[in-house]
Design a protein around this ligand. Structure first.
Ligand code: ZN
Length: 187
């Protein structure tokens, strides 16, 4: 990112499959903002309880302190004094996360949002499509297919659970490329 707005806020979205490094990238950006002495705050939905309740943790164990919220509206109040606002696992929020992000950006804040663009069925996940359309800056990250080593954009569920959300992921999902991904609808 070489050119960013002056005296104005914006929205950055980091999306991709599981294991594509979204949280790692979010943490990298937030660390740099903290080094630049910018007040930062990180949020994630209460549904995601893996590893750590009060931190966001990437698969490679990098972590930063985060606030658990039940609804997007809680973010507006808690983020009042921050100039950089990060939101991880955004796919789990309801659609009102979009207006919250737009409000924060209009207040002059930099908003960094990370989330799964599609679920294990390959279907757009929650509010992510709207967030991706609203983004001033959008990065779609790819994982590596565990079957063939190609870039992977799909999240393969390896268990038989059928809910959209299954907590405790690591052993239940794999990154797959377009060729190796098997849609659950085809089985
Ligand atoms: Zn593959």
């Amino acid at each position: 990112m070489t050119l960013t707005p002056k005296d104005a806020g914006w929205i950055e979205v980091i999306c991709g499959s599981m294991f594509s490094g979204k949280t790692e990238e979010l943490i990298r950006r937030l660390r740099r903002a903290q080094i630049a002495q910018m007040p930062t705050i990180i949020f994630k939905p209460r549904i995601d309880s893996r590893y750590s309740e009060t931190h966001i943790v990437s698969h490679n164990k990098m972590k930063l302190e985060s606030h658990l919220v039940n609804t997007p509206q809680e973010i507006l109040h808690l983020a009042e004094n921050a100039s950089v606002v990060a939101i991880d696992e955004a796919q789990f929020f309801n659609d009102s996360i979009l207006d919250v992000c737009k409000t924060l950006a209009r207040q002059g804040k930099r908003v960094v949002v990370a989330g799964l663009d599609t679920d294990y069925r390959g279907v757009p996940f929650g509010p992510m499509p709207q967030l991706m359309c609203e983004a001033d800056y959008l990065d779609k990250l790819r994982a590596i297919c565990v079957q063939c080593g190609n870039p992977a954009t799909y999240t393969q569920r390896t268990s038989n659970d059928t809910g959209q959300v299954v907590i405790g992921e690591l052993d239940k999902y794999e990154a797959r490329c377009r060729n190796c991904y098997q849609s659950p609808e085809d089985e």
